[in-house]
Write a protein that binds this ligand. Structure first.
Ligand SMILES: Cc1cc2nc3c(=O)[nH]c(=O)nc-3n(C[C@H](O)[C@H](O)[C@H](O)COP(=O)(O)OP(=O)(O)OC[C@H]3O[C@@H](n4cnc5c(N)ncnc54)[C@H](O)[C@@H]3O)c2cc1C
Length: 488
């Protein structure tokens, strides 16, 4: 499964240490940068090891959306009241079942402080709202809804928009990592690139360092305080995906290509427990603004979810219950209302004057769409959606000509070029079991001395569900805590 053994090396097998520091952070994405900055600020000497020639990781490719709330300055500037309690209720429902309540509770309680920390590092957020479901706003708006107003969540917690999007032209992850990278460069953190960690070093049951490969050399690092693993998920390791998350097999992988799961395996080989390894974000190949103005149906033309939820939840329902054999059905008005920049070049694959013709073109059973759209339109005349409770603002009778989009034909944002993985792009959200201070726990729920982790190498806030922004959010938040704990 790995090109070399992931088993730990015993301290007495180390010929000599090449470097000795207080804290070693493995992986220079958002979680690693945050861990290194906080360990440095706590007075520790820090080595940040990155297998590639530069930092960034998947974090730099991301949309730059961070799930934050409880009354941040941006929320207030946009006129929204929010509380940590409502944020916690929403996240527990959306990321559940079986979310780690200690983590979710702390994350929500300290979310305003974390937002302020990001701003203090120089991360820009614009105080303006993008007010429609989307993957990434086509504008530079800094606040967005993540399905908080949608059924059933609006009945569980008072809705407030909590998607904080780093100000950028397009995807904001590059700006986030430029800013955090600049802070790391100014700090005392010693960055070693082209340095891939291959093993942990153990003194008894305590992690005291790592072995790394730099080109043809083997390099030994000693950590007096702790090792923090921030190596990302395992989506790029086909064998691990098949073993732990078989429902994700064969789909596009949403990553920088380096999510090989080695960090997770290194810790497992030292006795670490894992959690929620089958869970993943399902970036379904549809334009949320089109889906919400029309409907999403299965191969029999039946709706299965309210289309105003966070689109990753549509993706999970479509993949896990319908094998991604789903279509977006819409009319001309619904298509035209979506700004061109938000369409990512997607055009209908089938267009027909009548629903009977559309069914025939798609290959759906006779009457399938006529029945679904007919029933939808009957209630939509009154602005109701009694079956799935989509918010009234998105409910309107669909009229001829009708169109259908086959999600298995794929989409991609303009800045990601021609590659259009069909159906969905996924990344894993399960990983190492950690406590709120980033300590990696063993099978008895006891911290493994000297070992910490954060980001997608861990099972952070997530259980089965996913909401955009919780990955950069928990990576930076628990990365900071792991860095402080390792330094302490
Ligand atoms: C296109 C795209 C859009 C996304 N949009 C969002 C979004 O808007 N909001 C959100 O919250 N999430 C988003 N995500 C998910 C999010 O980007 C990732 O889950 C998150 O960045 C993970 O952060 P991390 O620090 O754990 O890992 P990464 O950022 O991947 O960093 C891990 C680093 O560790 C290095 N590494 C790995 N193994 C080793 C080793 N053995 N030795 C040394 N170094 C190693 C890697 O090279 C990498 O640089 C998106 C992802 C993609 C790909």
């Amino acid at each position: 499964m790995f090109s070399s053994s992931v088993r730990p090396l015993a301290l007495d097998q180390v010929p000599a240490f090449d470097h000795e520091v207080d804290v070693i952070v493995v992986g220079f994405g958002c979680a690693g940068a945050s861990a290194a900055l906080e360990a440095d600020a706590a007075g520790a000497s820090v080595a940040l090891l990155e297998k590639y020639s530069g930092g960034g990781g998947s974090s730099a490719l991301s949309g730059g959306e961070m799930y934050l709330g409880g009354g941040t300055a941006i929320q207030q500037a946009c006129g929204f009241d929010d509380t940590p309690e409502d944020m916690q209720k929403f996240l527990s429902a959306a990321l559940g079942p079986d979310t780690d309540q200690d983590k979710v509770s702390l994350y929500c309680r300290d979310s305003v402080e974390h937002f302020d920390w990001l701003v203090a590092q120089g991360v820009p957020f614009k105080p303006s709202l993008w007010d429609s479901p989307t993957w990434v706003p086509p504008t530079d708006d800094g606040l967005m809804w993540m399905g908080e107003r949608a059924h059933p969540f609006a009945g569980i917690a008072k809705p407030a928009p909590r998607g904080h999007r780093v100000t950028a032209d397009g995807f904001g992850g590059k700006v986030l990592m430029e800013v955090l990278g600049a802070r790391v460069a100014e700090s005392g953190v010693d960055v070693h690139t082209d340095t891939g960690v291959t093993q942990l070093i153990l003194d008894g049951d305590r992690v005291v360092g790592v072995v790394a490969r730099r080109f043809n050399d083997t390099v030994y690092y000693r950590a007096r305080g702790g090792v923090v693993l921030t190596t990302g998920g395992f989506g790029d390791n086909a064998e691990m995906v098949a073993q732990h998350a078989p429902q994700l097999v064969g789909l596009g992988i949403n990553s920088d290509g380096g999510d090989d799961g080695r960090g997770i395996a290194l810790a497992q080989a030292a006795g670490a427990a894992v959690r929620h390894m089958s869970a993943g974000q399902v970036g379904i190949s549809l334009i949320p603004g089109m889906a919400v103005r029309g409907m999403v149906v299965d191969a029999n033309g039946r709706r299965f979810i309210n289309e105003d939820v966070y689109p990753g939840l549509i993706g999970q329902a479509a993949l896990f219950k319908h094998g991604l054999h789903v279509w977006v059905i819409l009319d001309e008005q619904a298509y035209e209302e979506v700004p061109e920049a938000e369409r990512w070049g997607v055009q209908p694959h089938f267009v027909a004057e009548t629903l009977a013709e559309l069914e025939q073109e798609i290959g759906m059973p006779d009457g399938a769409l006529q029945s679904t759209v007919g029933e939808y339109n009957r209630h939509a005349e009154q602005g109701d959606d009694p079956y799935f409770h989509k918010e009234a603002r998105w409910v309107r009778p669909l009229t001829s000509p009708f169109a259908a989009i086959d999600v298995r034909r794929g989409i991609a944002p303009p800045e990601y070029g021609d590659s259009k993985p069909g159906g969905a792009e996924v990344f894993t959200t399960g990983g190492l079991r950690t406590n709120v201070d980033g300590a990696v726990l063993d099978l008895d729920d006891e911290p493994i001395p000297g070992l910490y982790a954060a980001g997608r190498a861990t099972s952070g806030l997530h259980s089965w569900g996913y909401i955009s922004g919780t990955s950069l959010g928990d990576g930076t938040f628990f990365g900071r805590r792991a860095g402080i704990a390792a330094a302490g």
